[in-house]
Design a protein around this ligand. Structure first.
Ligand code: HEM
Ligand code: PLO
Length: 484
């Protein structure tokens, strides 16, 4: 039958058998924009059928807080998807794994391993800063003719993650680094063409060219990471962990389950989990951070006055004869606002990752039954005209109050919240801060003469990316160091 099951009274789009609401979804509009349009017609909380899957879409921050925080545990599940099952060996990762006791243990272990590097030691800062140095040198050498900053930025961010995950330091043009970048690009291209919303779940039935490309890239990834894992096992010592792989290997054996076998047991964290975690730290660490940096650069080209104000703040509080460090962050509030505004206006993950209801629950007083998929449309929350003045305007000042103090509005959740909040948030913030402050301390960015300003519409793949654009960089006076 076509009658929807009893689901409270959340307004629901019409549906057909098999296709669900697809005929009403209109061709090429990406999901976050489509849902924002639909919310105007159906209200901020509505439902639709994605193929056979009843799916609730949340478009305002009150409902988002309910789903992510107040009833976060109820909605901490993940649906299984064909492509991400392939990517993660059926959910042996963090992001795409359904809620379970093992997932909780695993997530805690990853979280602790991150904090181990993030806090207490200046290791992370050193890693980021050395990568920043080579990025600056590379950008400055491209100089006065317009060039696409994307490859250099991606390389720098990938380098940071390689050092963090398995202690590899690469020189420019290293073959292994190129391999990592290539397989990652291949996965990004094929894993989710229109975002993570699984609109065509029947891909399994009609395997196509991109599915085999995805498999190929996963094979290359697994070969490389398995080699790193074996090297780490062979050289694991009692001292401090050298990197994320060490920390995971130590945490895994220390997790008390006594399972040392490689992936054959159902219980405990297996080698497969360690491998999938490393792979995911890579994927998440590179795609999100580089994309956010490229969005912010694109906006700075549109708003030279914002770039100048960041540089004035840097000149005043850091100067030009030393490198920026983490402890400068509290002295650079405006830069923080620029970073926040970039993540507000162009959230890299505009509908987060799909959630599912673990139990019967409710949203906004409407009952929602177990198994329901829930999409949180962060795009519409970040552009809600009820809460943001001129939401389409890039205006970092909205993150400052009348006294010039930083404020974090309730409707700003670029990392999500609750049990599924991004585990990389503090790492990401540290990287964004060190990258942007160092770049803007040492150089200025502008549009090439006669070139059109960067297109700010973006293209939705697995993350929301800016379209390619060109920049010209010029060194700032006073900063004389090249790379080291
Ligand atoms: C999840 C944003 C950087 C690792 C997420 C989610 C968002 C997000 C929105 C989904 C939350 C949800 O589904 O409710 C970002 C942004 C970043 C960033 C904006 C940078 C600007 C990173 C980094 C790492 C990372 C650097 C790790 C190295 C993860 C993981 C998850 C996640 C593992 C899955 C968490 C879970 O499902 O339990 N991130 N992220 N992210 N992020 Fe990030
Ligand atoms: C990016 C391509 C990698 O090869 C694999 C990978 C792993 C984790 C994913 C990431 C990809 C894309 C961005 C994701 C991240 C987990 C959290 C993050 C989805 C697919 C966001 C922004 O939600």
């Amino acid at each position: 039958g076509t009658d929807p099951p009893a689901q409270g009274s959340i307004p629901c789009l019409p549906r057909l058998p098999v296709l669900g609401s697809l005929p009403w979804l209109g061709g090429s509009v990406p999901p976050h924009l489509l849902f924002t349009q639909l919310a105007r017609r159906y209200g901020p909380l509505f439902a639709l059928y994605l193929g056979p899957h009843y799916t609730v879409v949340v478009n305002n921050h009150q409902h988002a807080r309910e789903v992510l925080l107040q009833r976060g545990k109820d909605f901490a599940g993940r649906p299984s998807m064909v492509t991400t099952d392939l990517l993660t060996r059926e959910g042996k990762d963090i992001a795409f794994s359904d809620y379970s006791p093992l997932w909780k243990l695993h997530r805690r272990l990853v979280h602790n391993s991150f904090t181990l590097f993030g806090e207490g030691t200046s290791r992370l800062q050193d890693i980021v800063l050395s990568s920043v140095d080579s990025l600056c040198a590379e950008l400055l050498s491209c100089g006065e003719h317009g060039f696409d900053p994307c490859p250099a930025v991606t390389r720098a961010v990938t380098n940071v993650v390689c050092m963090l995950v398995f202690s590899a330091t690469y020189q420019h043009g290293d073959a292994e680094l190129q391999e990592v970048i290539r397989y990652n690009d291949g996965i990004v291209e094929t894993i989710a063409r229109g975002g993570l919303v699984d609109i065509f779940p029947w891909m399994k039935v009609f395997p196509n060219k991109s599915l085999s490309k995805l498999k190929e890239c996963i094979t290359v990834r697994d070969r490389l990471l398995t080699r790193k894992l074996e090297e780490h096992k062979a050289s694991l010592s009692d001292g401090d962990p050298r990197d994320l792989l060490d920390a995971l290997l130590k945490g895994k054996t220390g997790s008390g389950r006594g399972q040392r076998s490689s992936g054959s047991e159902d219980e405990g964290i297996t080698d497969d989990h360690v491998l999938m975690t490393a792979a995911e730290a890579f994927g998440a660490g590179v795609e999100t951070t580089s994309t956010t940096l490229l969005w912010i650069l694109a906006y700075l080209l549109h708003h030279p006055e914002v770039q100048e104000r960041v540089q004035r703040e840097l000149d005043e509080h850091v100067g030009s004869d030393r490198a920026v460090c983490v402890s400068d962050r509290s002295r650079l509030p405006y830069l923080d606002c620029v970073i926040n505004e970039g993540m507000r206006i162009r959230p890299v993950s505009p509908v987060l990752i799909p959630h599912t209801a673990m139990t019967d629950s409710s949203i906004g007083g409407h009952s929602v039954s177990r198994g329901t998929r829930v999409l949180v449309n962060m795009w519409s929350i970040h552009h809600d005209p009820k809460h943001w003045d001129k939401p389409d305007l890039f205006n970092p000042d909205r993150f400052l109050d009348d006294q010039g103090q930083r404020v974090t509005p309730h409707c700003f959740l670029p990392f999500g919240a609750g049990p599924r909040v991004c585990v990389g948030e503090s790492l990401a913030r540290l990287e964004l801060f060190l990258f942007l402050s160092s770049l803007l301390q040492r150089m200025s960015f502008r549009q090439p003469d006669g070139a059109p300003p960067p297109n700010l519409q973006g293209r939705l793949g697995v993350v929301l990316q800016p379209l390619p654009y060109k920049v010209v960089v010029s060194p700032r006076s006073g900063w004389q160091r090249g790379a080291k």
